[in-house]
Every structure is written in C-alpha cells, then in structure tokens.
Write a protein that binds this ligand. Sequence first.
Ligand code: ADP
Length: 218
Amino acid sequence: MKKQFVVIGLGRFGSSVCSQLHNIGHDVLAIDNDPDHVKEMSEFASHVVLADATDENALKSFGVRNFDHAIIAIGDNIQPSILCTLILKDMGVKKVWVKAQNLQHKKVLKKVGADRIIQPEQEMGIRIANQLDSDKIIDHIGLSKEYSIIELVATKKISNKTIVDLDIRAKYGCTILAIKRGEKVNISPSPNDMVNQEDILVVMGKNNNLKRFEEKGL
Ligand code: ADP
C-alpha cells in the first residue's frame, strides 16, 4: 500500500531513506535548507522543497500535518532537530522518527515526544558485530534486550531434515519463522517442510537460546 512520508534533512542518512522509500513506490516529500541537497534529490522523491525545518509556517504550507510518518534526519545540528520534532508532534503527525547524534540528543528527543530515535552508526555497528561474531549468522535484528531474529545458513548437520525432525522449539526454545531458498521464501513453514543445506533460516527466540542453537544445533 502506498504511504506518504516526509523526510526532513537530506544528508547521507536522510537521502538514503528518502530514495529507498521512493524506489519502493511511496510518496515522499523531501525537505532541506541546502539548495545543493535539494537539487541532488529532485529525482529521488515525489516532491523536494527548500525550507528550514524549524519554520512552522513553511511546514504547514507544505501540508506536513497530513503526513502519517515523518523522518527527521538532521544530524549535526541538534537544536533544529529537537525544534522540528516538537513542531511535528504539536501538529499531530502520528509517527515521528528522528536521527540522534548522541546520548543527550536522544534524551531530549524522548522528552519532546519522538516516536523512535535512530542512531544509525551505533545500530549498524551492533548489527555488524553480531555478524562478525559468527560465521553462521548472516543477519541479526534485535527485538528487545532479550529477544532477536537472526538469519542462519543451514549446515549439513540439519540438511534433509523436516522441522519436526529438528524439533528446534522443544530443544532450543526458538521458532523458525521462514526458510529462504534462493529467491523463494517459505514464510511460516509447516512441520513437514524440509530444510536443505545452504537454506537460510529466519529464527526468532531469546538471545541465549539462539546462541545455543547456533553453537550446538547447527
Ligand atoms: P548525515 O550524517 O546523515 O550526512 P548531516 O548532519 O550531514 O547528516 O546532514 C543533515 C542534513 O540536514 C543536511 O542536508 C542539512 O542541509 C540538513 N539540515 C540541517 N539543518 C537544517 C534545517 N534547519 N532545516 C532543514 N534542513 C537542515
């Protein structure tokens, strides 16, 4: 379903969010106060406008209040990022996701009502470290402190076995959410579905259980 997004701040992070949303086919209004950045993004958003993120009247005139989802990606400059978050939440924008520069910035953004605070470098760093930690894990998404979803490559040890045979839920307390084989994705696989070597298993569970499965089950 086509959605409407507003992306404010078109640096490396904002422009990449913006162009990917546009590629997927969503409507994106992109805003920046730097004419060069606005020009660069003209082909990668539905509408691109030159404006200051703290100019409430300008934001109103672009109809920002009608957007369900806003991404504020002003990194270096903490003050406009906070002010813009306040303005957007005041206008009634339901979801406001904001890129934070540091811990103080994050704390203030929480106080002014940001719905999600993103620290791209830290988040990516954690993801990469988790991938480096194991040859078998190809992706890791933290759901909470305790729970994650990971993608693992099926080894010979579990090849040609059904999900019932593997009994991963009983042995390790983990759930196989999907099996990827090449381009095909089998979501919510049935108990009799077979696992082949080199399949990618998408598995959810408690971090310690996932670790046990990765170390002992594969
Ligand atoms: P990144 O690390 O993702 O590249 P930057 O901090 O370099 O992030 O980029 C932030 C973007 O936000 C820049 O394109 C900058 O022009 C824009 N920006 C900064 N302040 C404002 C503001 N007050 N209003 C609108 N855009 C702004």
